[in-house]
Design a protein around this ligand. Structure first.
Ligand SMILES: Nc1ncnc2c1ncn2[C@@H]1O[C@H](COP(=O)(O)OP(=O)(O)O)[C@@H](O)[C@H]1O
Ligand SMILES: [Mg+2]
Length: 403
């Protein structure tokens, strides 16, 4: 029997076994228990840490078990274009839930020798929701509120607890004062208002660490409106589970020795995407070795180089030489994996040979690196790498150029 590789690394692909995340799941369960929604959820963390699979796997099914309806989508950058676009997004996603719900019956009288009366049910589908939106007077926010209220009136009869509206990649939401369009503020205003009225439609927003600062910048009340759950790397125990569980099937032709598991756990830094990447390649490498088990340290080191070229190099190749110098300085800081300041970087550059970076220069370059998605500024004005284990990669690059 062929035992297929159980691992499918890639953005949003459900893992063969979802390791850890029990506190995060409990926290969300607590939010589902709110009689009136005061707190919504922001689920945040670096790329590849497991936001999408937690949202689409565990959180969605938990909400459904608790009697909630769930709908939503992934937000593309195009959502920023207008408030109208956001409204259309909401209508499309909500109508998926409501199009089965009957709101009226229409009687159609037949004609002919034996006239027949036919009854047809009218459901709260996209067209009806759209026309409610269009005919409600007022601003876009008034129109969306009317749609949300009507949606709840329609679905509540089925005895559901509420509706979760989940948006992934929500860091793409932004107000655009240059275009006089404020979709992000609109979303926050509308939900605050309907939740005040006791309508149980909960927002779950998932995105990169820039998401929550953006929400608070748009509306300070967002601070109180959301519980922020930040996903981090998996601890040693959960890493083991993520590595070992998928191959624990007795039919599985591949097994990893304890040193191999340790090697994967350490090289991955505990980041789920890296675990999946390495495990996938390990499985393939071991399967190809019919004559005994290859040395895990050699295999994993080889796979880690493949990870460098597949995952990191594309990003690294886009930066200029001067930016690389700056990144190398940052990677040499003690707090490189945590957070760092303009001042710290500038000071470190003065201790090195070569042209130092002034604080204003650092500031400006960090801005450009943020645009490129390598760095982000957190709420307290400090910076972090936006890609997991980027500091390690940069240190490996600088070692190689020195040698
Ligand atoms: N808790 C976990 N246990 C095992 N694998 C995970 C876990 N979380 C995420 N993964 C895997 O890591 C990869 C990245 O997950 P994803 O949800 O796309 O990350 P994000 O949305 O944060 O960028 C996927 O291959 C996924 O299957
Ligand atoms: Mg994702």
């Amino acid at each position: 029997m062929i035992f297929p590789n159980p691992v499918r690394p890639g953005a949003g692909h459900p893992p063969p076994y979802l390791a850890g995340r029990t506190t995060e799941i409990k926290e969300f369960e607590r939010l589902l228990g709110q009689p009136v929604i005061l707190t919504n959820l922001v689920l945040t963390g670096l790329r590849g840490v497991g936001k999408t699979v937690l949202l689409e796997g565990a959180l969605k099914s938990l909400a459904r078990q608790h009697g909630w309806l769930w709908t939503g989508n992934e937000l593309s950058e195009a959502i920023n274009i207008s408030e109208e676009k956001l409204a259309q997004r909401l209508i499309t996603d909500l109508s998926v839930l409501t199009s089965q719900f009957e709101v009226d019956r229409q009687v159609i009288e037949g004609i002919g020798f034996q006239p027949q009366r036919e009854e047809r049910s009218v459901t709260f589908d996209h067209a009806l929701m759209e026309s409610l939106y269009r005919t409600t007077p007022g601003l876009v926010s008034d129109k969306i509120k009317a749609v949300l209220e009507a949606t709840w009136q329609v679905v509540r009869q089925s005895g559901v607890q509420g509706i979760v509206l989940a948006y992934d990649e929500a860091q793409n939401l932004a107000d655009r004062s240059d275009r006089d369009q404020y979709p992000l503020s609109l979303l926050l205003d509308v939900f605050q208002s309907i939740q005040k009225k006791g309508i149980p439609i909960m927002l779950v927003l998932t995105g990169l660490p820039t998401l929550f600062p953006k929400l608070v910048e748009a509306r300070t009340f967002a601070e109180r409106m959301f519980k922020v759950i930040t996903l981090d790397k998996l601890d040693q125990h959960d890493r083991r589970d993520a590595i070992v569980r998928p191959i624990s099937d007795s039919q599985c032709p591949v097994s990893f020795t304890p040193p191999a598991v340790d090697e994967i756990a350490n090289r991955s830094g505990g980041y789920p995407y890296f675990i999946q990447f390495i495990c996938y390649e390990m499985f393939e490498a071991y399967l190809g070795h019919s004559d005994g088990v290859p040395r895990p340290d050699v295999t994993v080191a080889h796979i880690a180089r493949k990870l460098d070229s597949d995952f990191f190099s594309g990003r690294w190749n886009k930066v200029t030489d001067r930016q690389r110098e700056l990144l190398a300085i940052i990677a040499s800081l003690e707090a490189a994996d945590d957070e760092f300041t303009v001042q710290e970087i500038s000071e470190a550059s003065r201790k090195l040979e070569g042209k130092p970076f002034s604080p204003s220069h650092v500031n400006q370059m960090l801005g450009a690196l943020a645009e490129q998605g390598l760095i982000f500024k957190n709420r307290h004005g400090k910076y972090s790498f936006a890609v997991p284990m980027l500091a390690d990669f940069i240190r490996r690059q600088s070692n190689e150029t020195i040698r």
